[in-house]
Design a protein around this ligand. Structure first.
Ligand code: ATP
Length: 623
């Protein structure tokens, strides 16, 4: 390792990031102070953590704090912390590259956010490089807690930086920002104080501005709920969640048994993943007795609750636990279970208290709860109470709960029915709901690709089986109104003609279908596709086929059953056509099959279908 001054190029991604920071983000300039204080706070948290277990800490007696000093004549701002500091090698990598995994993607997303709405930038945390939003030149002096000699990093943000030795420093990091001509405001105390109050009140170390402490340094989650105002909670949310608005929900709870927990959890208003910003990192920090153990913890909540922001503090955790050890620590797993159940219970209570407001939440974050059902068996019972779907009895756009469905079930109905389709209108026009309509049986509409997997994973709700209406063995004869419907239906084909037609169809479509059977539930439509495999619905098959195709794998579609409606005029006429013009009848049969596949949301060969369709049309117009 050299002691000489050395010059280094910024990594390519860093250059792009600097370019965005310097040229696009000037309207959000204030956040550079938040970013630097937040880095200082992280370095102080690490120091506090290290000093609990390590003995030979350099400058061990120095109090943990951040100081900000301003010089109105030289137009500089200096931010100093007594955190862990950086060695020369750390300065070079930390302040020359972007630490994020997938940093290229990160920069691309950031550029996109900057274009769409600069407010979103807060969500990203541009980190240290934000210093160049206001600074024309930035100097970082740092000395590591290991006591090795200190160094100075200098850059003007354009392409390169230099590092040279700087003897005589205390432990920690000092950042000196020479303010740009149009950023001289930031050497005014009133201005900087306002920004600290807005963004950094909850930093758990004293922030001293020109020697005066400007934040309150109290862990809000350990305070008594009744003493905390809504405004304080909202400010805290903005702080932990890097948010600019208010949360949708907030849960503050404290328990002593079976584990001591203080937690404040927030559900945001916006779903950033749905807005196209890639997968979000977990947003809940794990503390033990107010010492940060694991920031953006992957362990304290299941992955599907990654949209939550907040803090969990448990004094039962060993303070010196390492991040790796958290992963399979039995206590952490127990905490995770208790907190997750508590949060899901809270959601159920909120859904009862104000169902409209809950629906807003569901429309934004329901997808995560669905992910929970399909990925985590442990919380299925609780999640089943929280899922919402539209149904034949719900208003358009106002989904219903499974519990409400069960309440409305007529006596004798033993199952909960559902059917997938691309929209409410498409489902209601399709063949699957005909008998449900006629018999006045409620049916759930699943309109998202994941929905059938969700209901399939649940399997049942309060003892009632969840059954897809495209199942081959569905029997509605004993359910609903109008149980003796057979007598009323339109005249059917005679039994001889029927069995001839079914045999002929089976032979004609033998490469396509497993069985051709008489339908007991079609009312108007001539035919429909049903699944002999009771496990997989057509929607699930479609998704699995798409995902295999994406991976370049072949998809062997399972053969379906074709149910035909022997009272349908088209089918009756087809029986005659077989006798008079079998080749034309065969085209009609294939077309009926393709139509039914399309109504099931399944794939047909469009070229073959269109060509055949024209052939049939030509015949119809008498060509
Ligand atoms: N004041 C500081 N003291 C010690 N190390 C620091 C300080 N500021 C930055 N660093 C180091 O530099 C790294 C990069 O900082 P930067 O702010 O760019 O990203 P980050 O803090 O890791 O990510 P983000 O800001 O998005 O949370 C940090 O991870 C940390 O290791």
């Amino acid at each position: 390792m050299t002691n000489q001054a050395t010059t280094h190029e910024f990594q390519a991604e860093t250059k792009r990031l600097l370019d965005i920071v310097i040229n696009s983000l000037y309207t959000e300039r204030d956040i550079f102070i938040r970013e630097l204080i937040s880095n200082s706070s992280d370095a102080l948290e690490k120091m506090r953590h290290e000093s609990l277990t390590k003995e030979d800490v350099f400058d061990a007696h120095v109090p943990l704090e951040v100081s900000i000093d301003l010089d109105e004549e030289k137009h500089t701002m200096t931010i100093t912390d007594t955190g862990i500091g950086m060695t020369r090698a750390e300065l070079e990598t930390n302040l020359g590259t972007i630490a994020h995994s997938g940093s290229g993607k990160f920069v691309a997303e950031l550029a996109e956010a900057a274009r769409k709405d600069v407010n979103l930038i807060g969500q990203f945390g541009v980190g240290f490089y934000a210093a160049f939003m206001a600074g024309s030149k930035v100097t970082v002096q740092s000395r590591s807690w290991d006591g090795s000699e200190g160094n100075e990093w200098v850059s003007e943000g354009a392409g390169s930086f230099t590092i040279s030795e700087k003897p005589g420093l205390h432990r920690g990091t000092k950042i000196i920002i020479e303010l740009k001509d149009d950023a001289h405001d930031y050497d005014k105390k009133w201005k900087v104080e306002g920004i600290i109050k807005q963004y950094s009140t909850f930093v758990p170390f004293p922030i001293k501005l020109e020697g005066e402490t400007v934040n309150t340094v109290q862990a809000i989650w350990t305070r008594n709920k009744s003493e905390i105002t809504d405004e304080e909670y909202n400010d805290f949310y903005k702080f932990v969640g890097n948010a600019f608005d208010e949360p949708h929900y907030r849960l503050h709870f404290s328990v002593d048994a079976p584990l001591a927990i203080n937690a404040v959890l927030f559900a945001p208003k916006e779903n950033f993943e749905a807005m196209g910003f890639g997968r979000v990192d977990p947003g809940v920090n794990l503390y033990c007795q107010k010492v940060l153990i694991d920031q953006h913890s992957e362990n304290i909540l299941p992955e599907w609750l990654r949209f939550l922001k907040g803090v969990v503090d448990s004094e039962d955790l060993p303070l010196n636990i390492s991040r790796q050890a958290l992963q399979d620590n039995a206590l952490v797993m127990k905490l995770r279970k208790v907190i997750t159940k508590r949060f899901l219970k809270f959601l159920a209570e909120e859904a009862k208290r104000d169902s409209e407001y809950y629906l807003d939440f569901w429309n934004t974050f329901g997808i995560y709860l669905k992910e929970g059902v399909t990925s985590d068996f442990e919380f299925q019972k609780e999640l089943a109470q929280l899922v919402r779907f539209e149904s034949s009895r719900s208003e358009d756009g106002k989904p219903t709960s499974l519990a409400e469905y069960v309440e409305r079930m007529a006596e004798g109905q033993e199952e909960i029915y559902y059917i997938n389709g691309p929209s409410r209108a498409a489902i209601e026009a399709g063949p699957y709901v005909e008998m449900f309509k006629k018999k006045n049986i409620e049916i759930v509409y699943t309109m998202e690709p994941i929905d059938d997997f969700v209901l399939n994973h649940l399997g049942e709700f309060e003892g009632k089986k969840l059954v897809s209406a495209d199942r081959a063995d569905l029997d509605l004869s004993k359910s609903g109104d109008d149980t003796d419907s057979d007598e009323e239906t339109a005249e059917k084909l005679s039994s001889g003609d029927s069995s001839d037609l079914l045999t002929w169809l089976k032979k004609t479509l033998e490469d396509k279908v497993a069985e051709v059977i008489e339908s007991k539930r079609l009312v108007d439509s001539p035919a429909m596709i049903v699944n002999p495999d009771g496990y997989m619905t057509s929607s699930m098959e479609r998704i699995m086929a798409a995902s295999r195709m994406e991976k370049g794998l072949a998809h062997e579609a399972s053969k379906k059953n074709l149910e035909v409606n022997l009272s349908s005029p088209l089918i009756k006429q087809l029986a005659d056509l077989v006798k008079s013009d079998e080749s034309f009848a065969s085209d009609v049969a294939f077309q009926i099959y393709d139509n039914a596949m399309i109504q099931a949301g399944l794939v047909v060969d469009p070229m073959v279908m269109v060509e055949r369709n024209y052939k049939i049309l030509s015949k119809a117009v008498g060509v």
